[in-house]
Design a protein around this ligand. Structure first.
Ligand SMILES: [Zn+2]
Length: 281
């Protein structure tokens, strides 16, 4: 229920992702591109021929007290006017950042042009750091996307530029305005060491109307530095938290380009049933 297509910073088209979902026999599926619904709309139109439940999805970038907190939105009204206007503004902020990153890299003699980035973005409108990383690989500045992040694009590195973003409260409001359901993705990326701090963020999000948490996530791939024990304890805490507060529990691979992780995250059957019920009513 969480992956990215070529319309944001993924490498697979909506059509390809739909067929992966079919192959993996998923029950519920959604493409959740960053700040754009173009890819998820295409998938929605084509999803009727598949047996899984397809939900329109989006992942909105937001920040609270310097902490990056993204918000997933599902099953919204894709035609809602205000919602679409807000998305356009968020996409513009992403475009402005491209020029800033190019200038930063130029300062350290890394030559990347606007065209190089646009080539990576292709049909998408949501420019993100993975596009830069792939352009750096293609132009021979680094060997892998990972190296691009480690050397140039990660937080605190010379090519890192923080994007102007909204606060999670507004992200939740934007999704609710179009009658969508809001979910916090990968909560252990928000905070993992200090469970009390995580609980503080979760309670804040609940007070703003959050409906669920992406409890199940491919941490071993996305955060190999986290020990198995830490992740296990984190998930146990999240499951308890969701039960106590009657929240939806979702799961997702957050696939961008590494196909092997697709469909590997499992959601318990009774939680899947709750999701189906929630999204059917
Ligand atoms: Zn994501």
């Amino acid at each position: 229920m969480h992956c990215h297509s070529t319309f944001s910073d993924g490498v697979f088209s909506p059509q390809e992702l739909l067929s992966f979902a079919q192959q993996k026999e998923l029950t519920i599926f959604s493409i959740t591109d960053h700040d754009t619904i173009d890819g998820t709309n295409i998938a929605k139109e084509q999803s009727e021929e598949f047996s899984f439940m397809y939900l329109t999805g989006i992942e909105l970038s937001s920040r609270y007290e310097k902490q990056k907190i993204e918000i997933l939105g599902y099953n919204f009204d894709v035609l809602h006017k205000n919602f679409n206007q807000k998305l356009k503004l968020l996409q513009m902020a992403r475009k402005q950042r491209i020029h800033k990153v190019i200038a930063r890299l130029e300062e350290i003699d890394i030559d990347i042009t606007y065209e190089d980035i646009m080539k990576q973005i292709g049909e998408g409108v949501s420019a993100g750091r993975p596009h830069f990383a792939r352009a750096l690989v293609e132009n021979g500045h680094v060997k892998t996307v990972k190296e691009a992040f480690e050397k140039y694009l990660g937080v605190g590195k010379p090519g890192y530029v923080r994007r102007e973003t909204i606060e999670p409260e507004e992200a939740i409001k934007i999704i609710h305005s179009a009658k969508g359901t809001t979910i916090l993705p990968h909560p252990l990326l928000v905070e993992v060491e200090d469970i009390e701090k995580l609980e503080y963020y979760l309670n804040l999000l609940l007070s703003w109307g959050l409906e669920g948490i992406e409890v199940y996530y491919n941490y071993s791939y996305h955060c190999p530095h986290l020990s198995e024990r830490t992740v296990k304890n984190g998930i146990l805490f999240l499951e308890k938290f969701c039960k106590k507060n009657d929240l939806l529990m979702t799961g997702g691979s957050d696939l961008h380009d590494h196909k092997a992780i697709f469909g590997e995250v499992k959601i318990p059957e009774d939680e899947i049933q709750k999701l189906i019920q929630h999204f059917t009513v």
